[in-house]
Design a protein around this ligand. Structure first.
Ligand code: AMP
Length: 471
């Protein structure tokens, strides 16, 4: 199948050629013809499958074709004012995804002459209002900021012809359901609606029935097929051992980019903090970070020396980073579909990747659900064993996080971890820490000496953090 056979216009084919795509991905192959015929579409597709082009290419083409279609009422009056009016609205759960869709529109819409803008919260609205006032054909928005600007009279949706809901399941997870109802009520009933979701829980199907008319159903891959080139492994490791095992694992791996998934925002911060403490350059990303911070983290992760990125599912949604060699599920996700989504972050565009899951005894049920969904068992691997050095290092750092003081060793181990990747600084750090640990051990009866040593190692840890942050 090639793009020519999908009834795309010359303009769109020109953009496709310019961006260098040779053939449509399965979701594009299935979606584009329906959208071009004006049908509603509900699609089960994850980020990374070419979903954005699947809806953007035919939307751009239809907007070019319907440029002169008459509208009614207030919309017609607005249209007569000769300023561009919003004819397509694309809703996204996160700022990152919204920004990425915006970038894709620049790419796919190069030769269309259509204008678009992206609006999202967490930044001042002035520039967004200015862009809206200059007139746009396509608006990409997160629900909260959109409602804000509708309320202030800066956005009018009465000319929307094509409504697109991207990552619909995520919008529900983020509690946007009421906002979505308000927004959809503001869009003309006479419209084309496309809805995409990585998973298809019953709530999404219910909304599809409510908002879409006899939609064509498309699916990028079988519901739970795992990425073809991802090799998967599971370590049975108890929660209190996970951090140590993570450090051990990362030090012993030849990695490019590593994405670690945490179930909670606090957890993501804590994991990154402790990796830094162990001498591994790491940063966290989640919904509580400011927009500027998230941008700088993403830039760092895209750099030649990327830190380990510790993310929540929401924050990672929509991020399209190439070259992720390792995905680590520090916590098992709540739903098995999210596992599929997570591991699909690696092994993109035919590259090979590795997905490692840390499964505690109280998470085994979730693991079984994943295996049921994917139809294949995840091979169990022996937990990497902590070396003497690393044990000393992680134990030494305990005063920083008293809630996680560990008395148990995970290891029936004999093997010493390799010192690949970030291991250099970690090794250095561990030597120092071992020294100060010996100091404190010798003085078990001399409390003041121990306190001094703890303080000193705290300073060293800060120094390591500064070095890591600077690198
Ligand atoms: P998406 O799922 O829309 O986030 O797209 C994931 C990645 O696939 C992006 O980097 C796109 O540029 C790329 N992509 C989309 N469609 C194609 C295609 N037909 N051929 C090659 N790459 C594509």
């Amino acid at each position: 199948m090639n793009f020519e056979s999908l009834s795309l216009s010359k303009t769109m084919l020109r953009s496709i050629e310019a961006v260098g795509y040779h053939e449509p991905t399965p979701i594009q192959e299935q979606t584009i013809p329906h959208v071009l015929k004006g049908r509603d579409v509900v699609g089960c597709a994850q980020t990374g499958t070419g979903k954005t082009a699947a809806f953007a290419l035919p939307t751009l083409q239809r907007l070019m074709e319907t440029a002169n279609r008459p509208t009614t009422g207030a919309g017609q009056r607005r249209k007569r004012s000769r300023r561009r009016v919003i004819r397509s609205l694309i809703l996204s759960p996160t700022r990152e995804l919204a920004a990425q869709i915006g970038e894709s529109l620049v790419t796919y819409g190069t030769f269309t002459g259509l204008k678009y803008t992206v609006i999202f919260g967490g930044v001042k609205q002035h520039a967004q209002v200015k862009a809206l006032n200059s007139g746009v054909d396509i608006l990409v928005a997160t629900p909260g900021r959109l409602l804000d600007l509708i309320g202030q009279g800066f956005v009018h949706l009465d000319n929307v012809e094509i409504l697109i809901l991207d990552e619909a399941d995520q919008m529900l997870d983020m509690g946007f359901i009421q906002d979505l109802h308000k927004i959809v009520a503001d869009v003309p009933a006479e419209r084309q609606t496309l809805m995409f979701s990585a998973t298809m829980p019953p709530e999404i199907r219910k909304l599809a029935r409510q908002w879409l008319r006899r939609p064509a159903e498309v699916q990028a891959t079988p519901d739970a097929s795992t990425a073809e080139f991802v090799s998967q492994e599971v370590f049975y490791v108890e929660r209190k051992e996970k951090q140590k095992v993570l450090t051990q694992f990362l030090m012993g791996q030849d990695r490019k980019k590593t994405l670690v998934f945490s179930r909670t925002k606090r957890g993501a911060d804590r994991i990154a903090r402790r990796l830094l403490r162990d001498g591994i350059h790491a940063v966290s990303i989640h919904g509580d970070k400011s927009q500027a911070k998230r941008k700088s983290v993403m830039k760092l992760f895209g750099s030649r020396k990327p830190p380990v990125l510790v993310a929540t599912d929401l924050a990672a949604r929509g991020l399209d980073f190439s070259g992720i060699s390792h995905v680590i599920n520090y916590d098992l996700p709540n739903t098995p579909e999210i596992y599929v989504h997570r591991i699909g972050r690696t092994a993109r565009a035919g590259a090979s990747g590795k997905a490692i899951t840390f499964c505690a005894s109280d998470e085994r049920l979730q693991l079984r659900q994943i295996e049921r969904l994917t139809g294949e068992p995840v091979p169990v691997k022996k937990v990497p064993i902590l070396s003497q050095e690393l044990r000393a290092m992680t134990r030494q750092a305990e005063p920083i996080e008293p809630d996680q003081v560990q008395n148990q060793e995970p290891g029936e181990g004999k093997k010493t971890a390799g010192q690949g990747g970030d291991g250099g600084s970690g090794k250095k750090n561990s030597h120092r820490n071992m020294k100060s640990r010996r100091g404190s051990g010798a003085g078990s009866s001399k409390r003041s000496k121990r306190r001094k040593n703890t303080k000193r190692s705290g300073k060293k840890i800060k120094a390591v953090k500064r070095t890591a942050a600077a690198s």
